[in-house]
Each structure stands twice: as C-alpha cells, then as structure tokens.
Design a protein around this ligand. Structure first.
Ligand code: PMP
Length: 462
C-alpha cells in the first residue's frame, strides 16, 4: 500500500485484512457466548487461500525455485488455484491448475478467466493412481522446464502464511480475547498455522478441527490410524491421506459434520444475515455453534469462512442440485405431482405485441423453451413462440425489432396442471420435447431433460 494514499500498488496489497463479524445474537438462542466470523472470502481471489498463494510464491522466489518467466503448477480444489492465478497474473508467471471434476463449474470457469491452463481430473480415483490430481500436478511440473509445484499439502510455507498473516490479524481484531478457534482442514495449513500462533499467545486457547464424514482426518486425530475414506460433497476440506501441513498435536477436539447440515447452514447464514459462505464455511459454523452452546456467556469463539458462496450457485445454493444429490427429502411416487418434475430455470412470458428480437433473446440467450405467448398480463394463452419461423426471419436478415410476436406464433403444446400426478408429465413428454405447466396462472416450460433429472428424485418404496 502506498504511504500517502490508500491506493494499492497491485492487487496483491489487497490480500488479507478481512473483517471479523459478530454472528447476530439471535442466530442461535441456545448460544450465550460471543461467536465471531472471520470473513476470509473477501480476499481478491474469493478465499483465504490468496494468503498462502502469495506467501508460497514469495518464498519460492527467495529460494530460487521460481524464476522470471517460470510456470506455477498446482493441484487445488479451486481456491489455492484461484489465489495462485491472482498472484501469477500480478507478477507475470504462467500457471497450470489441476482440479478434480467434483469441484463447482463456477470455480473452474474462474480459473480460466484468471488466465490459467486448467487440467480437470476424475475425483473418484485412488490417491495412488497416476490420475489423482496431486500426481498429475507433480508429473506436469516435472515435465516442464522452469515449472514449480508449490505442493500446498506438504509445504511449510502454506502453514506459515496463516501463522504470519491470518492468525495475528485475527488475534489483534479480537483484542487477544479468544477462547476457542474452530476450522476444518484440507491441507491443514489454516488450522495448524493459526493453532500454533494462538497457543503461543495463550496455551489455553482451544482448537477444534472439523471434518466431513468420509475424510480420514478426524479418525486419524482420535485413533492415530488411517481408515478408509469415502466420498463426501463439501469442497476443500477433508482428506484421504495425512497431509504434511496438518499437525494433529495442536488440535484439542474434532467435530464431524454431515454435508447436508453444512449446506443448510451456509444457506441459512446467507439468507438470514447477508454473510455468504461456501459449503466449508457452513460446516465450520455447524461445529462452531455446537461447541458454542457449551460455553459460558463471557467466552469468545471464532470460526473462519474460507470461501465465497458465489462459487457454489450451481451447487450449495441450488435447490435442484440439493434435491438431485439427496440433501433435501425425496418425494414418494404416490404423492409426487407435475410440480415435482420441474427444475429451477429461467422463466419468461411474451405478449403478442412484443417484438421477435425480444423473443429471440428470451428463447436463445435465456433458454426459455417452449416460450408461452399470452394476450396480455394474466390473459389467454395464444400459443408459443415459433422458433422455426424466427430462424427463417433471422436467416433472411429481417429487422426483428419491427416484427411482433403475433406474426411468429405456433400452436401451444399440452398444458399440464401443476397438481396433476407426475405420470401425466411422463405421458405427455413421450410425444413431444416440451410442454407447458400451469403454475398458479403462470405458464412454465417442462422438457424431457427436466424429466431425466427429476425422475431420479422420486422415492419408489413409498
Ligand atoms: N475450505 C475451502 C473451501 C478450501 O478450499 C480449503 C482449502 N483446501 C479449506 C477450507 C481448508 O483449508 P486448508 O487447506 O488450509 O486446511
């Protein structure tokens, strides 16, 4: 930061100094103590991992491992990748990020937008497989001249970044009054780096680790043995091997939080407080509240929100995704209706006076098909937008602003009542690609792709 002004010389100066925000007192009436949230998703790359990216790169430069014109190659669940992209772009390095296909499409798109070469690997392979993202990153780095692999899982500078940056910053923000710190671990860098700093300041500070079920870390902490891992959906936390950056000796207790609870908590926090975390933030908060309920009123508990909810709009924040993966209750086949076959998507209605160019935007860019045309607001259904006719007009180069939808109308497909049994939708879509559903007077499209997804949600042992 330049001394005379508040202007950052580069985006790297904007890393860190994130706010510490009090959880509203009434969020959990059973909690008497102070619960504070470190909003680390407000870093430039959208997560706390910007801190380790900068620290690891600066350390590698000092050690001569990364030289001008070099390439950074890292395996990441997305956030370290994004942080490294920010640092690489600001400092002029090339970057390759290897990411498992479990991670959200938003994260992968962000890496590409930030200039990375992105390599997507399968998520369900054994850690020893050459297809595992850590092995792929190591191999790519070894094959490229001038490439450097930070290897965050076993890099001391990952842990040190939190020891030197996140922890002292948080300690100062809460005036040294900290009783419990709660956080999940992926590489373990956050938990270990912060725990080391806090315990040096005050050995009485309690450190609580958090894990998704299926990860080996909580089990290893308790039994000092490696158990079998199994899949879980929360991103960025939990492990299938013991990472070098994770120090179990600094942890006083462990909580295990099921994915569904983590997602529900993230959603509730966003909707009720405006604090918008990713799934691991929700996981941390579930564990934090459980511990906080046992603490006296004068205690202070802090947890961290590692990344931003916007990276999970297609997952944690999508009811369809939650339903498809069983995080919301299934509907029994005897009760399910046509409404249960519908998915969250864009909706639109045209009036006969609207222009064809507006209709093309609704059908083409926003993907509303079939697109209903009504006589006016709440008026009679006249038909649907005639895409074949619109294609002809477009091909002829006609001025579509000057042509009204009334001249581009096709007969409406079947219109189903949203309360009708779900089998009606299956029957209707046997004969056509898309139908309309009358939902309280609104006509919404339903097509075969919707059915392909939605039918999986039904409970057949009803
Ligand atoms: N949450 C998210 C969303 C993450 O991406 C990560 C990093 N893998 C973590 C939590 C855990 O951080 P750490 O690697 O420092 O343990």
């Amino acid at each position: 930061m330049s001394e005379k002004t508040q202007i950052c010389e580069t985006i790297l100066d904007a890393i860190g100094n994130t706010p510490l925000v009090r959880l509203p007192r009434d969020f959990d009436p059973e909690v008497k103590c102070e619960v504070l949230l470190k909003i680390d998703y407000l870093n430039p790359g959208g997560s706390m991992k910007d801190r380790i990216a900068l620290h690891m790169v600066r350390a590698a430069e000092k050690k001569g491992l990364l030289k001008p014109g070099g390439r950074i190659v890292e395996c990441s669940s997305g956030n370290t990748g994004a942080g490294l992209c920010v640092v690489a772009a600001a400092l002029g390095y090339d970057i390759t990020v290897v990411i498992p296909d479990k991670m959200s499409s938003e994260k992968i798109a962000a890496l590409r937008a930030l200039g990375a070469d992105v390599v997507v690997t399968p998520c369900n392979v054994d850690i020893e497989s050459p297809m595992h993202y850590t092995k792929v990153a190591g191999r790519i780095a070894s094959e490229i001249e001038g490439a450097w692999w930070p290897d965050q899982y076993h890099n001391r500078d990952n842990t040190d970044a939190h020891y030197y940056s996140t922890a002292p910053e948080l300690w100062e923000q809460c005036g040294g009054k900290l009783d419990v710190f709660v956080a999940g671990a992926g590489t373990g860098g956050t938990l270990s780096g912060m725990a080391r700093y806090f315990k040096e300041q005050n050995p009485k500070v309690k450190i609580v680790g958090v894990d998704p079920p299926g990860s080996i870390l909580a089990h290893y902490w308790q039994h000092q043995e490696i158990c079998d891992s199994s899949p879980y959906a929360v991103e960025g936390v939990g492990e299938e091997e013991v990472p070098g950056a994770w120090d179990p000796h600094l942890i006083d207790s462990y909580e295990v939080v099921p994915d569904g609870e983590s997602f529900a908590m993230a959603r509730r926090l966003a909707a009720e407080t405006g604090i918008f975390p990713g799934g691991s933030g929700g996981m941390n908060l579930v564990a934090a509240l459980k511990v906080a309920r046992t603490l006296p009123a004068d205690a202070c508990l802090v947890t961290i929100l590692p990344d931003y909810g916007k990276a999970y709009l297609s997952k944690v924040y999508s009811e369809d995704w939650l339903r498809d993966f069983g995080y919301l209750p299934k509907v029994g086949i005897n009760n399910a209706t046509v409404l249960d076959m519908m998915r969250e998507k864009n909706k639109a209605v045209l009036f006969s006076v609207d222009s064809v160019s507006w209709a093309v935007r609704q059908a083409g860019e926003r993907g509303v098909r079939p697109l209903p045309v009504q006589a006016g607001l709440g008026g009679k259904l006249l038909g649907v937008f005639d895409e074949d006719r619109a294609l002809e007009l477009l091909a002829e180069g006609k001025d579509l602003d000057g042509i009204s939808v009334a001249d581009c109308l096709a007969a409406a497909p079947a219109v189903l009542d949203s309360h009708a049994p779900w089998q009606d939708a299956v029957e209707a879509l046997k004969h056509c690609e898309g139908v309309l559903v009358d939902v309280r007077g609104e006509y919404l499209p339903l097509d075969r792709r919707d059915l392909l997804q939605a039918l999986k949600r039904l409970e057949h042992n009803d």
